[in-house]
Ligand binder design. Structure first.
Ligand code: BGC
Length: 880
């Protein structure tokens, strides 16, 4: 700390201000005069991408957020966090822009795949483990997006209109839990407004709650370009990203200082926090930025495979799974042959490798099965990249040779070259390697050897101008201004096995915010792809349909229009299951879809976008080498209209009203007795579990006491399995609107056949509380509560009642009592909370509670001035 204070004392005003915005897209600003180095950030969350957008060195691709949520396994998520810490270091970065803990408010929100859950407790616990796994290794996490950023529609401007209780109990809660448990180095403010105010300037969330009540000591950075006006410096934001500064420029910051909206004390506080990141990252000792490396390690592969297995949720099974005595398998679906593992947007990484469902199912040794594939339906909006095996260089390397040139004429020495099978690129801001960002050209060339003869479709999509040549003949001309952002295609007869010279030339001139070029390819396909798939299904013992979505449908930047499987997929499923009743549907999605065929298929597996190891994990589960143990982290409603946000989504006149209040997800379906398709917490296993002997150690407690809940869980089936034991709490009778039940604890436990384990949960006041807006404090209402333990939110196996007693009140509340004595009284706690918020309410400030308020005022007059003690005294005296 003294180093940081020394530095602050030595820094000029301009040096301090210079630190309040990034240097570029991914780095903070250094102050060389004082030896203050830079730190580097990278996206996040399902990998650590590096600084060169799609051209970064390859990365580990972990399961996406919702898939991690589905594991319900914080211990495993911590290991995934360890992998990400290694990945951060490989990319020479210090902070991962992750986790994303926004809430699944509507099933069609574009970034649901990135977020863990509809439940704040599950989100908070998964986030805590993820952050810990990263930060135990000397690098940091940036939890995002703070706050109420739960849809992509009008994402830069929409105002989320959310009442205080809902904000506290649902949307802030994952942040609160993760910050308390794991203290991430950074918080990212969101793009949207909250109750009319831009989130990056919302004093209520940033200053009063985050930095005040929660006593958060890390930095708050903006989302990229998510700052909007000259109110920024005065508020809770510490770092404007990316750089160079816009609203954190010297001019704007100085004006704020002159007008007094920004005090020098707050400016120093921002700088102190930023310097704190450098200290935590050890950058004062090792200031040199490291080059980016791609590291594909066997131990990473193993952890990712385990996470990918545990993410898979067995939604339905009539006994067909695990597969036994199967000789032929038909793998059907748009992403049977290629692994679809990413949603669209900033979370995308270039994986080291991917294992497709087909390759995974085809691979296991000792399984004597014939696996064949059929596409069945297409779902992409833009054509996917040509298969990697079709691209090569004249000297036999895999991929095309890519060269970047300064200027638009493809001449001179290339300033960057790579050979890669990546032929779809997008660059944000200044991330194009080595060339002038507003004026450059790119060539990709090599050989294209299609696998089949027939009519192929080739495509170019681009933000910029480009042309595609085959054997020097112009095939697609994407060269006019009116083509910008569109896909242009050409159909062409090609011979399978023949190598064609392929060349893409692209150039950009202009504003460098976003540029892109993508080569697409669709091989010949039968006129009736469903019939082809049905044919294959008929002659196979089992059909596995991998149906789903992809980054064209699920993405940052836009929401889905409905909850249906796109293209002909529903029809494909109907016809395939009619042709072969042994059909298993595998859902490759990042959020819920409607399943009009659910009753007709014998088994449904929820796969998610579950990492580079997707196909292996799927094969492990299909063949029973891994027993599925995932549980839904979000409700799958029957239809979109059942969802509680439906009526208010997406909002109007720039506002979206969170009209359902705290009744998000299962809190709503329970309350309204709406039958979901698959409930929150649901997930089957290849074995069965019995719950017995639910015991609580106290029949009644006060909110200041803890209680223990014990339950025995027995594996009553024939194979080892893991069960997620879920504990919900119900307030039996309440003065306030409360959900039928709320998740308050869970534990994933592994049991061998016939094995029993006792699970112990400890509950404290948080298991019973709600946010009391009149007191501006969490409060517990005395009375009866039911403790519900079960295998899902709709499969409760045992329950017990507990009475919460009113707190015994001190004879008279006054400022001379120990602070803890006042805090033990709900009304006293409310008074303290109102006036000195977080400082004293933080769990780790419990020691200060052994002092009197007067003592604290004496020692810390800045936090607790004498006048405030007087005011608190007056209010305490009024409590009866
Ligand atoms: C996203 C963030 C991301 C940032 C940097 C933004 O568009 O909302 O989640 O971290 O870009 O790529």
């Amino acid at each position: 700390m003294s180093r940081i204070n020394d530095l602050i004392n030595q820094m000029t005003l301009d040096e301090k201000i210079s630190m309040l915005a990034g240097a570029d897209l991914w780095h903070s600003v250094s102050v060389s005069r004082l030896g203050i180095p830079q730190f580097k950030m990278t996206d996040g969350p399902n990998g650590a991408r590096g600084a060169k957008g799609s051209m970064s060195t390859p990365s580990v691709a972990t399961p996406v957020g919702i898939a991690l949520g589905a594991t319900w396994n914080p211990r495993l998520i911590e290991k995934v966090g360890n992998v990400l810490a290694d990945e951060l270091k490989a990319k020479g970065a210090h902070i991962l822009l992750a986790p994303t803990v926004n809430i699944h408010r509507t099933p069609i929100a574009g970034r649901n795949f990135e977020c863990y859950s509809e439940d704040p407790f599950l989100s908070g616990m998964i986030a805590s483990a993820y952050i810990k796994g990263i930060q135990d290794n000397g690098v940091g996490a940036c939890i995002k997006h703070f706050i109420a950023n739960d849809q992509e529609y009008e994402r830069f401007s929409i105002s989320s209109e959310v009442d205080e209780r809902t904000l506290r109990e649902i949307y802030l809660e994952p942040f609160r839990i993760a910050i308390r448990n794991s203290n991430p180095w950074a918080v990212m403010s969101s793009y949207n407004r909250v109750n009319g105010v831009y989130a990056c300037e919302y004093d209520h969330s940033l200053l009063e709650i985050l930095k005040g009540e929660w006593n958060y000591d890390g930095i708050v950075m903006s989302d990229w370009f998510g700052t909007y006006d000259d109110g920024v410096p005065a508020g809770g934001l510490d770092l404007e990203m990316p750089g160079p500064a816009r609203w954190m420029s010297a001019e704007v910051v100085k004006k704020s200082l002159e007008s007094g909206t920004l005090t020098e004390e707050r400016l120093n506080d921002k700088v102190r926090r930023l310097l704190g990141v450098l200290e935590k990252a050890g950058l004062f000792e090792n200031p040199v930025l490291q080059p980016e490396k791609g590291e594909d390690k066997p131990e990473h592969r193993a952890i990712i495979r385990e996470a990918a297995q545990e993410a898979i949720v067995l939604l339905k099974n009539n006994g067909i799974l695990p597969l036994a005595n199967v000789k032929t398998i038909a793998m059907i679906g748009p992403y049977a042959r290629t692994a679809q593992i990413l949603g669209g947007g900033s979370s995308s990484v270039t994986p080291h490798y991917t294992v497709s469902p087909f390759d995974g199912v085809n691979a296991p040794e000792g399984k004597d099965v014939l696996v064949e594939a059929a596409t069945g339906a297409f779902i992409y909006k833009n054509l996917p990249a040509p298969a990697p095996e079709t691209l090569s260089t004249p000297n036999g390397e895999s991929g095309l040779r890519l060269s970047l040139f300064a200027g638009t004429e493809f001449d001179g020495e290339p300033l960057y070259v790579e050979t890669s099978t990546r032929v779809q690129h997008g660059w944000f801001d200044n991330s194009v390697p080595n060339v002038p960002q507003d004026n450059f050209s790119l060539r990709m060339e090599g050989l294209f050897t299609p696998q089949e003869s027939g009519l192929h479709t080739l495509a170019l999509s681009a933000v910029g101008w480009c042309r595609l040549y085959l054997d020097e003949k112009l095939v697609v001309d994407h060269g006019s201004d009116s083509d910008m952002g569109k896909q242009k295609t050409a159909e062409i007869e090609l011979e399978g096995g023949k190598a064609y010279n392929i060349k893409v030339e692209y150039y950009w001139k202009g504003d460098p915010r976003w540029r892109a070029v993508a080569l697409g390819h669709q091989p010949p396909h039968s006129a009736d792809m469903i019939a082809e798939a049905v044919e294959l299904a008929k002659r196979s013992d089992v059909a596995v349909i991998v149906a789903g979505l992809n980054g064209d449908w699920e993405s940052e930047g836009f929401d889905r229009v409905d909850m249906k499987l796109p293209g002909q997929q529903d029809e494909l499923i109907r016809q395939v299951v009619a042709a072969n009743p042994n059909t298993i549907v595998v859902l490759n999605v990042g959020s819920p879809v409607e399943m009009p065929w659910a009753d007709d298929v014998p088994a449904i597996l929820q796969l998610w976008y579950n990492s580079q190891e997707q196909g292996n994990a799927l094969a492990d589960v299909l063949f029973g080498d891994a027993n599925p143990s995932g549980k839904l982290p979000t409700t799958f409603p029957v239809r979109l209209e059942d969802n509680p946000a439906y009526i208010n989504y997406p909002g109007e006149n720039g506002k979206v009203r969170y009209g359902e209040g705290i009744f998000v997800g299962y809190r709503y379906y329970d309350k309204k007795k709406v039958e979901p398709l698959f409930p929150f917490g649901h997930g089957l296993s290849y074995t069965t579990f019995e719950y017995s002997n639910l015991q609580i150690n106290k029949k009644s407690i006060t909110p200041n006491e803890t209680m223990e809940v014990k339950v025995d869980v027995t594996n009553t089936g024939k194979v080892t399995g893991k069960e997620v034991v879920q504990l919900y709490v119900r307030d039996v009778k309440s003065t306030f609107a409360r959900p039928e039940k709320e998740l308050k604890a869970f534990e994933k436990v592994e049991l061998a056949p016939q094995q029993t384990k006792t699970i112990t949960f400890t509950l404290d006041r948080e298991a019973f509380w709600y946010f009391e807006t009149t007191l501006n404090a969490w409060s517990v209402e005395a009375g009866e509560f039911e403790i519900l333990v079960g295998a899902s939110s709709r499969d409760i196996r045992a329950s017990q009642m507990v009475t919460i007693e009113p707190v015994k009140r001190a004879a008279r509340l006054h400022a001379g009592l120990l602070i803890n004595t006042i805090l033990d009284d709900p009304d006293g706690r409310a008074v303290i909370s109102k006036h000195i918020g977080g400082f004293l309410l933080m769990a780790d400030m419990r020691m200060a509670g052994e002092l009197t308020l007067e003592q604290v005022a004496h020692n810390h007059p800045t936090y607790v001035p004498q006048e405030l003690v007087k005011k608190i005294e007056e209010e305490l005296a009024k409590i009866k």
